[in-house]
Design a binder for this molecule. Structure first.
Ligand code: GAL
Length: 431
């Protein structure tokens, strides 16, 4: 008899435990109350990103190591989905967010990608208190805080600043062919021609996913429009049939004539490899390529590979910032905030960025941790016109970007400037 009572008591306790954990599902709304669910998830933080594989994951893994060192009691689930610029991850994330199954925290670009998608849909928890408690408000450049804020509330924490208007080049090939670094678009075209005549592939492109080509086009737009009107394009103040947009498309057409023939079957790493292996002279890539050259290909900055601003944009800095926030409805917001505070710390940023190729988002990081590429880029960030990247989600909505990626893809194959401009003009409504 007493055995039966004990078994019943045990069953009752199990049911009670299950009931306590069970109400986590429908928390919804703000979870700022601490959301103490009592479930095992209290000890787990799931980090969602697209940083997996060569050139992508080293920084994240270093950050996770640091976090685990500081919080041995918390388990990290690295939920990275492969595919440059979030090609696949963004779709997986959208499904999860729509299904009310958010990761604990996820990679999202500051600007439209954060504010017009997740914040506008009321899916993010404001982090104003977190910023105050961690004394972070004056630790990031104002321009970055603007990118992660909407209507006076701050919604995520920037881990880095990448630059998108960079060309990386093979130094030996430049020397052997007597190439001077071009600073204008016309000089750039001359250099492409010079290399081509010498039998060298001038520009490596890997547009298996179309965003690396979109990235070239956005840099051309910045060069022909200048920073103010480039910004005006996204604000709807400059039209897509503006003669300078047409000029950018014409340069784009010319430049596409100088890329490797197999560009459509390569990704950005494969294209960077051509430059590293002396099979192509240059590649335009955000400076995660710097991380790839240094860590994966073991190349020396300013010996094996050099870098310069995309011609015509020498005074400008195409800003790409990877940020992490706190989605509404997560079960363990306090645990997530522990991760965000390591990511926001000087130590966290200096563990992540030297490996990632980016510069720290914080203004007070330790510059001695970065090589010459990093320190040059920090200086450029201070002295340049800052502009938001389209290809990396900051300048315009996801809907618009998806359309532009498709049109760029068609343009690269057909190279029809008039049709391209017409399609851009049609997409204007999606801005
Ligand atoms: C960008 C992201 C970078 C890098 C790159 C290539 O969108 O901001 O951190 O991961 O994609 O995947």
């Amino acid at each position: 008899m007493w055995k039966k009572s004990l078994a019943l008591l045990f069953l009752f306790m199990l049911l009670l435990l299950a009931a306590c954990g069970g109400d986590d599902q429908d928390t919804g709304g703000s979870t700022d109350d601490g959301g103490d669910s009592g479930s095992g998830d209290e000890d787990t933080v799931e980090i969602f990103s697209w940083w997996t594989g060569a050139g992508e994951e080293d920084g994240l893994l270093a950050l996770i190591d640091l976090f685990e060192e500081k919080h041995p009691d918390i388990t990290v689930e690295n939920a990275a989905v492969a595919g440059g610029a979030g090609t696949n991850a963004k779709a997986v994330l959208a499904t999860r967010m729509q299904g009310n199954d958010p990761p604990s925290t996820f990679q999202v670009h500051g600007g439209a990608e954060l504010n017009e998608s997740w914040v506008a849909a009321d899916k993010m928890t404001p982090l104003n208190d977190f910023y105050e408690e961690n004394e972070l408000t004056d630790k990031f450049p104002e321009e970055l805080l603007d990118l992660v804020s909407k209507d006076g509330d701050i919604y995520s924490v920037p881990v880095n600043i990448h630059r998108g208007n960079v060309l990386f080049y093979n130094m030996e090939l430049f020397e052997e062919n007597d190439i001077e670094v071009p600073t204008t678009l016309d000089e750039f075209v001359d250099v492409l021609e010079q290399l081509d005549s010498a039998g060298v592939v001038p520009l490596a492109l890997g547009d298996k996913e179309s965003w690396p080509a979109t990235q070239i086009f956005e840099n051309l737009l910045l060069a022909t429009l200048g920073p103010n009107d480039y910004r005006g394009l996204w604000a709807g103040d400059v039209s897509f049939d503006d003669p300078r947009v047409v000029e950018a498309a014409e340069y784009f057409q010319t430049i596409i004539g100088y890329v490797n023939e197999d560009h459509a079957s390569r990704n950005w790493q494969d294209a960077a490899q051509l430059v590293g292996g002396k099979e192509a002279a240059m590649t335009n890539m955000g400076d995660w390529a710097k991380g790839y050259f240094s860590n994966d290909l073991d190349l020396e900055t300013n010996q094996d590979f050099g870098y310069f601003a995309f011609p015509g944009t020498t005074e400008d800095f195409m800003v790409i910032t990877d940020t992490f926030g706190l989605p509404d409805g997560v079960e363990n917001p306090d645990t997530v905030k522990e991760f965000l505070s390591v990511l926001a710390s000087v130590e966290g940023q200096d563990a992540f960025n030297p490996l990632k190729g980016s510069i720290p988002a914080r203004v007070d990081a330790d510059t001695s941790k970065y090589d010459e590429y990093g320190t040059d880029t920090m200086e450029d960030f201070q002295n340049s016109n800052l502009t938001p990247s389209l290809a990396h989600g900051s300048a315009a909505s996801e809907g618009f970007l998806t359309k532009i990626n498709q049109e760029v893809n068609i343009f690269v194959t057909q190279q029809d400037v008039d049709q391209f401009i017409e399609k851009l003009k049609q997409a204007e409504g999606e801005l």
